[in-house]
Design a protein around this ligand. Structure first.
Ligand code: HEM
Length: 356
């Protein structure tokens, strides 16, 4: 190593030359990592695990570790700056049922079509959604968080997001591995989030939400071989601009009644944005926060947050009836989790649900 390089490597005042994104507060009435940061970080790691100890003390300890990591005071991050690290914690239906089978989050996700899910890749007691701009931070944080007696990892998946495209004031969305802008429609305003995203109660779950995570392998080669117009018919939006095939701006919903002069729907009957449309489904909006992935197969690590599991199951049922996108997908891991209410130093993670 040259003297110059050595000096550069050991410059104590500036060990990293890139500007790093600022911290995301881990405390509040909701956990971080769902509506914060406003633009999701480029890297994600989802880890699910089973637990064989009482959930209360375990979750409280997880919360303490998350606070320490976010504050940059946890040696387990191995000296890496936490940057915009967020850790979002959920518990699986079995744990919720054991507490109270009537609570939101107590229901399992039913099996669906186009699935090839090994038993080990379905469900789990614990979900950690770990996001950061620095790709090294999520796996190091995961190792530190999971190193606890009574925690056995189930399945994990990392994902990444490309550059974000502006959609509306304060709303951006990335492209997915099929080239389309993904994450346009959702509960983006505070009023929509109160209505469709956050659980208003009962008290043990107030401020939480319901997550669905699904690893979906995509037949990218078959999709890419189709002409652009055929690809756009699958989604119902333009690939380049993201605007609906019925016209308007990117942030607009589709005009589902609009037809060509010869009477065909501009947004085809089996287009994804028609089959998944809240009015067609008859359910609320879901906040989609999906990441793309390249291994074990190119695809989408789908993640949605909603205050009623029915929003997801009814949407999937509508898609299964006639969605041109579904035949390109094979779901290979799947689970639903109750995202715990927000927490802080005085209100430990999970304490509203499980005694510590
Ligand atoms: C579990 C399966 C899925 C569900 C429940 C789901 C749900 C939704 C919903 C609710 C919308 C908004 C529809 C609207 O009102 O316009 C949407 C749109 C969209 N989805 Fe999906 N989706 C699923 C799978 C996928 C997959 C596998 C991809 C791509 C690889 C995808 C890409 C898109 C795109 C590009 C849009 C249009 C833009 C947008 O509104 O974000 N979705 N999806």
């Amino acid at each position: 190593m040259t003297a110059g390089l050595a000096a550069g490597c050991h410059a104590a005042s500036a060990p990293d030359t890139e500007t790093r994104p600022g911290p995301v507060p881990p405390t509040g009435i909701h956990q971080a990592g769902i509506t914060t940061p406003q633009q999701p970080q480029p890297h994600l790691l989802i880890v699910t695990a089973d637990i064989s100890v009482a959930p209360g003390p375990l979750l409280a300890e997880l919360g303490r570790r998350i606070l320490a990591m976010a504050a940059g005071t946890d040696a387990r991050l191995l000296g890496l700056p936490a940057g915009d690290l967020t850790v979002t914690v959920g518990v699986g239906p079995k744990l919720v049922r054991a507490r109270d089978p009537q609570l939101p989050g107590a229901k399992d996700l039913p099996p669906a079509a186009h699935e090839a899910v090994a038993p080990s890749d379905r469900g789990g007691d614990l979900l950690l959604q770990i996001c950061a701009s620095d790709p090294l931070v999520p796996p190091i944080a995961a190792a530190a968080l999971l190193a606890m007696p009574g925690v056995r990892e189930r399945w994990r998946q990392s994902g990444a997001r490309g550059p974000h495209v502006p959609v509306a004031d304060g709303v951006t969305a990335p492209r997915n591995v099929l080239g389309f802008i993904d994450g346009i429609i959702g509960p983006h305003t505070p009023a929509e989030q109160q209505r469709d995203l956050w659980l208003p109660g009962p008290a043990p779950v107030a401020g939480g939400t319901i997550a669905v995570v699904r690893r979906m392998a995509l037949d990218v080669a078959r999709f890419a071989a189709m002409p652009t117009a055929a690809q756009e018919a699958v989604f119902g939006r333009r690939r380049d601009t993201g605007t609906p095939l019925s016209g308007g701006a990117i942030a607009d919903g589709p005009d589902l009644g609009a037809k060509t002069p010869d009477g065909r729907y501009l947004v085809p009957a089996d287009a994804h944005i028609r089959r998944a449309h809240a009015n067609v489904v008859g359910a609320g909006l879901m906040l989609r926060r999906s990441y793309s992935m390249d291994t074990p197969a190119p695809g989408l690590l789908f993640a949605s947050f909603q205050n009623d599991l029915h929003t997801f199951t009814a949407t999937l049922a509508s898609m299964e009836a006639a969605d041109a996108l579904l035949p390109f997908t094979t779901t290979t891991a799947s689970g639903t989790f109750l995202i715990l209410p927000g927490f802080d130093e005085h209100r430990p993670l999970g304490s509203t649900l499980f005694p510590a």
